[in-house]
Design a binder for this molecule. Sequence first.
Ligand code: 5GP
Ligand code: MG
Length: 201
Amino acid sequence: MKSVLHYVLAASTVVPALANNGNNKQITVHDKKFAVSITHDEVAQRVRTLGEQISKDYAGKRPIFVGVLNGAFIFLSDLVRATDLDCEIDFIKIASYGDATTSSGTITLSKGLSCDITDRDVIVVEDIVDSGLSLQFVVDLLKKSNPRSIRVAALLDKNLCKLNFPIDYVGFNIKPEFVIGYGLDYAQAARNLKDIYTLVL
Ligand code: 5GP
Ligand code: MG
């Protein structure tokens, strides 16, 4: 059974971005090698725990989960299903990384909210916190709409930054390494990998 052998498209004119390196634990994406660092089972277990915690914290409330596209789409979809809340879901999209493995430092908003969050309980869902600039940008932006409360859930935290607000729900604290999979990309590839992989140097 194939496990980590995925191709971007079957069309012969398209160069495969992902290839299995002969075992299930290491893959090549474009020009770089990656190895599994957090398995899907570990992620699923942690997301279940976060979902239970959020369900308790927001019992009787009707929060709006705001996913930060593109990276958070898989985490958000698993996280909301790990809660038993009556909730709403919206997305914003920002651009910060481009196609590189390091942050550009410049953030632009590509898609704003589609709903009104005034007086609502908002949970921002982010894939990973590196410099923290993206999250700071998003939280500052959402606060302008005067939500009743705003909390943050991040699947991964590299612990590199000091934000002026807490990250209330953290999946995993990781080393400051470049990771892909479970929503996270390398040059737009690899978002659909189930496990989380770290760049092999
Ligand atoms: P920050 O603004 O905190 O430096 O970076 C946040 C955004 O950059 C994340 O939401 C994510 O989209 C991207 N990013 C940061 N670190 C990584 C990483 O290790 N891998 C990937 N694929 N994206 C990252
Ligand atoms: Mg992100």
